[in-house]
Design a protein around this ligand. Structure first.
Ligand code: FAD
Length: 288
């Protein structure tokens, strides 16, 4: 095992669900020089047939295991470089910080909509995150990825990233690590709604990963789960929020099994009543 890998790492605080979980192997990138470790990690994984999973802030993942028999690589690489009306930012930088940074420079910036949006740039590009009508795809000019398999950097333009609703090409390429991305910063909005006020009234706090399911076309997963009567429904230490039925909230005593049981129940009821197959937005990470 490479000496820089941590063994049997407690992941409790590394997903916003705060469920008990352990990673057999774990690495956290903190400095630019840590990038060189990625290829060593890849080789160790290949030799031992281990899966590798990249992690940002863990605001959109469920650890569905007691012990993950693989390697979790957490990205804490943070730096920002301005160049005219563009900004290059690492995958480990926080979205809310990026948004504040740009909003300070550009009055009425569209990035103001991301104040309060949890997670990192890497997670946001992987899942084309966004809110209030502004998604990663609307501002990303290009992204630099490190392909572990071939030990090479590649740069893709926006149109090559295959963005769609909560999707990008990264979701189909598990060996691509998002190093940094260039955003266009001179995008402005005439919408003056304060995103923080909106969130505090309509979304619950606590240990949650935000919307559990993607919204079906022309509908809302929260509305459907509400209609089947599951608002406030609890299994073990986890309940479906009374404030927003697409939010599953852990009281910190719950386990991933409680969350999966609630997921199955919500899917079953919505399928029965509406004939709609809900799809997870949260990434479920499990042992294969
Ligand atoms: C309270 C709450 C509210 C939320 N509201 C919204 C919302 O309004 N809109 C919205 O879109 N999302 C929302 N989310 C979800 C979350 O904010 C976003 O999905 C965020 O972009 C995830 O970033 P992350 O760093 O936490 O990613 P993680 O949860 O750590 O990872 C998510 C995915 O990205 C991949 N990934 C992460 N970093 C990299 C990298 N460097 N290279 C390659 N792949 C990587 C992971 O492998 C994983 O598949 C909310 C979450 C919470 C907790």
């Amino acid at each position: 095992m490479p000496p820089f890998l941590e063994n049997n790492k407690d992941l409790f605080k590394y997903s916003s669900f705060h469920t008990p979980a352990i990673a057999r192997y774990f690495f956290e990138l903190r400095e630019r020089s840590d990038m060189a470790r990625l290829y060593d990690i890849w080789q160790f994984a290949q030799t031992n047939s281990l899966p590798i999973v990249f992690l940002g802030s863990g605001t959109n993942v469920l650890f569905a295991f007691e012990i993950f028999e693989g390697i979790i690589v957490r990205n804490m690489l943070k730096w920002i470089e301005w160049s005219g009306n563009t900004i290059r930012v690492t995958g480990g930088e926080l979205l809310s910080l990026l948004s504040l940074h740009i909003s300070k420079k550009q009055e009425g910036s569209l990035f103001g909509k991301w104040v309060g949006l949890p997670g990192t740039v890497g997670g946001a590009i992987a899942g084309n995150a966004g809110c209030f009508g502004f998604e990663a795809k609307d501002a990303v000019l290009e992204a630099t990825l490190f392909d572990m398999e071939i030990n090479e950097y590649i740069t893709l333009k926006n149109t090559e990233l295959d963005f769609s609703y909560r999707h990008s090409l990264l979701k189909e390429r598990p060996t691509w690590f998002l190093v940094d991305a260039v955003f266009q910063t001179d995008l402005v909005s005439d919408d003056t709604t304060d995103p923080r006020t909106f969130r505090s009234g309509k979304q619950p706090g606590g240990f949650t990963c935000g919307s559990f399911f993607r919204n079906p076309p022309l509908d809302s997963a929260g509305r459907l789960i509400d209609q089947v009567g599951l608002k406030g429904h609890r299994i073990g230490g986890v309940k479906i929020s009374e404030i927003h039925a697409n939010f599953f909230v852990n009281d910190e005593q719950g386990s991933y099994r409680d969350i999966l049981a609630l997921r199955d129940l919500a899917k079953e009821k919505v399928r029965e009543m509406f004939g709609v197959e809900l799809q997870e937005e949260v990434r479920i990470i499990e042992n294969k």
